[in-house]
Design a protein around this ligand. Structure first.
Ligand SMILES: Cc1ncc(COP(=O)(O)O)c(C=O)c1O
Length: 481
């Protein structure tokens, strides 16, 4: 049996693995191998095959052997040969269902199709990703980068990005920091893993950099609670009201995780007295506050709520990411750390940057430094504000009995439902093809108090055009709630 990787094919864009085996000599073996490659879908319709001479040289066969094999497959309809464009796989040479794994493919489109109306929280408008500005930043960053940037990455992250973020976070979010206090990561979830991961080499014995019990808001992302539970961290729910988490309930916890700018998902900012109180608690107990600043840039009606970290940079770990402001696909975030945690966090990261792509970091540094980030955020703030206004107006007209809260900021609103109706409404929405969550999906399992019945409606994800249809469908469901 002869096996060959046909490297000459690289020149025309395909890398072809052929097995020449079986009865009937080289020509028959090559014809069979090519036919199987086309029939099985390994060679897609339209693919240009290597010229006779290069394929013959790679396989160690005569040029005529290749020419004859191609001619036979052209005659059978698997290939086409046209003067000037060489020999190609015929457009109608589709793989057989069986060969292409029909079962697996038949299911794929259904998974990819998704809901008809996507009103899930947590998603920015993916169609608004600033492709041109990002590509310009990427190009500039790659051209300007020193060669060492393409070696193993520094676990703290690129200095260019940390400098740009220190300036931006101070200016836009009131964070008090310096580049050496910033550690780049791949987003908020990664930050939690780094801080609480088991067996962290730089942290306390038997745990991560930080240890539980960890106070958390009674409503939050289950995904984050699960991640903490998997790291062996016990979470203690703090009751919520319209002023945010009731931090007076904090006791012996070693740390607390809050969303002070915009409680997730119920929507209000943490009241000023509580901001001061949680810092006092952390100072008194030697504890630390984790600030999840997931959508701090998107505030519409009132003055921006500055970062809690500004009150005491030695007691607060400020965590942010581009997941809401740019795209969750980039996987880029940052931790602004009190000095004592910088080395332990870097020790957990190890010798090299293992998560956040250095070219992406350089591109983000340029994107922030040249003002594109500010421009994008401002543009998106306007767009999301008008989305929110359309939601509020549609509800006022079509479902006036439904209250709306948590709308001063962020990319989602909470629609208040009559008691006992949440599950029915979520199910009715699903039947209409609307994807959204009820408030209950965010409740900590140990939380004694309920925030009532409601829907968490993300208004950012649908592109402008389908948004109207999504609102229409939602109002239809709510008009009978
Ligand atoms: C409450 C909350 N925190 C943080 C994040 C950001 O997560 P990540 O940076 O891991 O994408 C999100 C989602 O965007 C969120 O909803």
């Amino acid at each position: 049996m002869t096996e060959s990787w046909v490297n000459s094919a690289e020149r025309i864009g395909v890398d072809l693995h052929l097995e020449l085996s079986g009865p009937g000599g080289r020509r028959a073996a090559l014809t069979r191998a090519l036919r199987e490659a086309v029939r099985g879908g390994r060679l897609a319709p339209g693919t240009r095959l290597p010229p006779y001479r290069s394929l013959a040289a790679d396989l160690g066969v005569a040029r005529n052997t290749v020419a004859d094999a191609y001619a036979e497959l052209v005659a059978e309809g698997w290939l086409t040969a046209r003067q000037g464009s060489g020999t190609r796989v015929a457009e109608r040479a589709r793989p057989s269902r069986q060969a292409a794994g029909a079962g697996a493919r038949a299911q794929a489109p259904a998974r990819a199709r998704g809901p008809r109306h996507d009103l899930r929280q947590g998603r920015p408008d993916a169609s608004a990703f600033p492709r041109t500005a990002w590509a310009a930043s990427y190009r500039r960053a790659l051209q300007a980068a020193p060669s060492e940037a393409f070696g193993p990455g520094d676990p703290a992250g690129r200095r260019e990005l940390r400098e740009a973020l220190a300036e931006y976070l101070a200016r836009a979010r009131g964070v008090r920091t310096a580049p050496d206090r910033i550690v780049i990561c791949s987003g908020f979830a990664h930050a939690l893993r780094l801080l609480f991961g088991r067996d962290a080499p730089g942290g306390p014995a038997g745990g991560g950099v930080l240890r539980g019990p960890l106070g958390v808001e009674a409503y939050g992302l289950g995904f984050h609670r699960d991640l903490l539970a998997a790291a062996g961290v016990r979470t203690v729910p703090l009751p919520l009201d319209e002023h945010g988490a009731r931090v007076a309930a904090l006791g012996r916890e070693r740390a607390v995780l809050l969303t002070p700018a915009h409680q997730f998902p119920t929507g209000g900012p943490l009241r000023a007295e509580r901001r001061a109180a949680v810092i006092d608690w952390a100072r008194a107990r030697g504890a630390v506050v984790l600030e999840d600043d997931y959508d701090g840039e998107f505030r519409y009606d009132r003055r921006p709520v500055g970062a809690l970290q500004g009150l005491d940079p030695e007691r607060v770990i400020h965590i942010g990411s581009v997941s809401k402001s740019l795209s969750p696909a980039l996987r880029l975030g940052w931790m602004v750390l009190p000095e004592r945690y910088v080395e332990p966090v870097l020790a957990v990261k190890g010798e090299r940057e293992g998560w956040a792509s250095v070219p992406d970091q350089l591109a983000l540094a340029d994107f922030v430094a040249c003002g594109s980030y500010d421009r994008h955020v401002r543009r998106m703030r306007q767009r999301y504000r008008s989305r929110r206004d359309r939601l509020v107006a549609a509800l006022a007209e079509r479902a006036p009995h439904i209250g709306v809260t948590g709308i001063a900021a962020g990319l989602h609103a909470v629609l208040r439902l009559p008691s006992g109706t949440e599950q029915t409404v979520v199910e009715a929405a699903a039947r209409r093809g609307i994807a959204l969550d009820g408030l209950a999906a965010f409740r900590h399992p140990d939380s004694p108090a309920s925030a009532g019945d409601g829907l968490v409606v993300g208004y950012a994800a649908p592109a402008d055009h389908p948004y109207g249809a999504a609102l229409e469908a939602l109002c239809e469901v709510l008009s009978t709630a």
